[in-house]
Design a protein around this ligand. Sequence first.
Ligand code: AGP
Length: 609
Amino acid sequence: MCGIVGYTGPRAAGPILMEGLKRLEYRGYDSAGIALVDDGGDLFVEKKAGKLANLEIAIADRTPHAAIGLAHTRWATHGRPNDLNAHPHQDCTGEITVIHNGIIENFRDLRDGLAARGHKLTSETDTEALAHMVEEAYAGDLADAVRAALRLAEGAYAIAVMHRGEGDRLVGSRKDVPLVVGLAEGESFLASDVAAILAHTDQVIFLEDGDVADLRPWGVTITDVDGAELQREITTIDWTPEAAEKGGYEHFMLKEIHEQPETLHQTIAGRVTRENHIWLEEFEGFDETIRNIDRVELIACGTAYYAALVGATAIQDWVGIPARATVGSEFRYNPPPLDGRTLVISVTQSGETADTIAPTRLARDRGAPVIAVTNTVGSAITREADRILFLRAGPEIAVAASKTFVAQVTTLVILAAAIAKARGALGAEQELELGAALHALPAGATRALENATGIADLARRYVNSRGFMFVGRGYTYPTALEGALKLKEVSYVHAEGYAAGEMKHGPISLLDAECPLVAVATRSSVYEKLASNVMEGRARDARVIAVATEGDTQIERFADDICWVPDTHEALSPVLAIIPLQLFAYHVAIARGTDVDQPRNLAKSVTVE
Ligand code: AGP
């Protein structure tokens, strides 16, 4: 939710930290703050409510030269998003500075105890309690004090702490929230996400739950919370720094939409042979587990949940066993029966979504085998899974997911086919047909983008609509849900995603000339059924925008405006059909002047319940 970054080394910390915050702002943008210990040993702290730009203005021309510092961008949980509650927070002495991502669940008790012992807490945050706890425990060694404080804290956290008197030392720790150590020649970094430090190093350590990292410019020591030293592997990141730049596009969302053909190439690479056979390296040694399952539960949130709906349909269709997708926040407190015969597939771009991780852990504790589908190497979900399928989509910076949705759908379709194949349920012809469609998918996405030249104009024509109803059936239903989510997320216009057949059971009363119907009407086994439902809407004066398959000669019967996409395998149709809808959402947002990459109230990775 929040983003944290820290630096210790010979270079000027201020610009490095501010650059890092820019890369992390997608995680939250309610306020931003920075703390530096300058070359004279004095502490400089500035924090401002609102976006990073406010902090930039506040520190312009007065940032001291410093070789150590930390910085934070906030998505508010405890305490309003004002200057006072912005991080960093300090202790009573002003020597100790803390930034934090997550929630300290026992913060009320901790704050009460601290207040009773005479500490003056000035903000409403849980984080400030940590600064005072470190102060109480401090006896000349910052790492010892942090460990002592953390032994009393309950909840989820990634923190970075510095002490004004301990020169070049930064201490970080994590539990249930990501934190990465970056290592370069003579300098060290801490960050919520590699994107913040990728310009400086590709050598990182993904900290594990309970790790305490003691950073100096020349290296890092990692211990557990009791001080026992731990060895952690260094990972080389293969994303280029440019991958986290806009690359000439006005917004990250637009860039990421246009990256989809390349994303699909990466996602499919090595998973479909030249002869169109499906092959998953990640399944090696897992076949027996797959043969023993009798049910599949997919867990995910938001966009990932809509991709999971596609996966569930494909698994049920091809494997012939029950498969369903449930949003993580519902699964967690109302789980189905779970055992070793229930395969759990958890889908999460960030790999850090609390609502997805907690039910995955619960399923695992009950003996269910777990496959994680994620974009993020080293993320929390990877520690909960028996097998991991990476999306290989590269960094997605815009808060609204686009390229990771198509990567998730594609990965899940491949996974469904691999499960069916392992159980002997996938016919040879069926496999080859799917394999060929997968090979053609990147070119299909390029063509869908080429076809979309009129979408900005379409968006301007519909921008003043009261609301939108998105409908689909079968495989096109999750696309309708995702199209509606994209529109409401970035443009703040109300949009409803519905199963087309359900419209007549209530929502049809919303339709009139001011509420257009967006029909995801690509070629499918239920095309005619969908067409009838759309006709019902049209009879209520709703204008109809259709996403249709090139060559469809029927669509003009019921659509006022048509977005064409190339034909593909029905199970992969969401991958191409979503492209014009992503662009529609983007252009409606532009026409309405909203903040496309950082829509209000949202954060990219939601690490709280
Ligand atoms: C997507 O546009 C959203 N911002 C959101 O629904 C997101 O998909 C959801 O929070 C799940 O995130 P995850 O994939 O990182 O778990």
